[in-house]
Design a protein around this ligand. Structure first.
Ligand SMILES: [Fe+2]
Length: 266
């Protein structure tokens, strides 16, 4: 079928942009002094905390109790995060926080050296609503600074296993490229905070360069947003019933029909 084969004319076009993902970038003013303080506090923290392995492939990932350490640099950053979230909340929902005291923030440090990266993940497991990253040190000399790359997909549990679902098609990026495999890399800069909904799948691309790429990641739980589904929520087809349905549907369905014939429809 080709376009313009009839005289029909379109009268209107309305695009409902549903479920767009707000990925917000904010910058702290005069961040270099704060970054100096943070680098020193992170150096001391690394001497005490050997770190954990979560999404990181190489590099250092601290425990998620960063803001429990009552240190001046971390406290100032916490203040910057709360202000940034409040601005974002106003922009996205038209609703500022009357008080940031109710917000719960959990943070951790990531330090990547050349060759290190973080695999694709989301942060729903923490029962939080918004997540973010503050960039303390981003070496500028290299082509591969460790972009934070946001992915156009969601994970879905089909009962038989979790699958990756690409969300929205986009123009092809080149021959052989799927219309769905569109990812958006952002190049971080020192003093910037990137904020995004915790459900957004993201990764940190491999850093290749001199020195260390240092960032502080965090999760925010906002009671005013009420309950949001998290990784612990049961899906419509979960548990034993789901298993039976998927693997023994040929038996399950006739049995259910027989039951309906015997006892009638409930
Ligand atoms: Fe993350």
């Amino acid at each position: 079928m080709t376009a313009n084969t009839t005289d029909l004319e379109l009268e209107t076009l309305r695009v409902n942009r549903l479920f767009e993902i707000p990925v917000c970038v904010l910058a702290l003013k005069d961040a270099s002094r704060l970054n100096g303080e943070l680098i020193e506090e992170i150096r001391k923290l690394r001497a005490r905390d050997k770190g954990v392995r979560i999404s990181n492939r190489g590099g250092y990932h601290s425990k998620k109790d960063l803001f429990d350490h009552n240190l001046p640099g971390f406290r100032k950053l916490m203040d910057g995060i709360l202000r940034s979230y409040n601005e974002t909340r106003m922009e996205v929902y038209g609703l500022g926080c009357s008080s940031t005291d109710q917000l719960r923030v959990q943070g951790w440090v990531n330090v990547n050296s050349s060759g290190d990266s973080n695999e694709a993940h989301e942060h729903l497991g923490g029962g939080c609503h918004w997540s973010g990253v503050y960039y303390v040190q981003t070496p500028k000399c290299c082509q591969d600074p460790g972009h934070i790359t946001f992915e156009n997909l969601v994970y879905k549990d089909f009962g038989t296993g979790t699958k990756r679902i690409w969300r929205v098609p986009s123009p092809s990026q080149g021959r052989g490229q799927s219309a769905y495999h569109n990812c958006v890399p952002l190049r971080p800069s020192e003093g910037e905070i990137v904020l995004f909904p915790s459900s957004t799948i993201h990764r940190v691309d491999e850093f290749r360069g001199e020195g260390e790429r240092i960032s502080i990641a965090f999760n925010i739980t906002d009671p005013a947003l009420n309950h949001l589904p998290d990784a612990g929520d049961p899906l419509p087809f979960s548990g034993l019933r789901s298993w039976v349905r998927y693997y023994f549907y040929g038996v399950y369905l006739p049995l259910m029909r027989m039951k309906q014939m015997l006892v009638g429809h409930g």
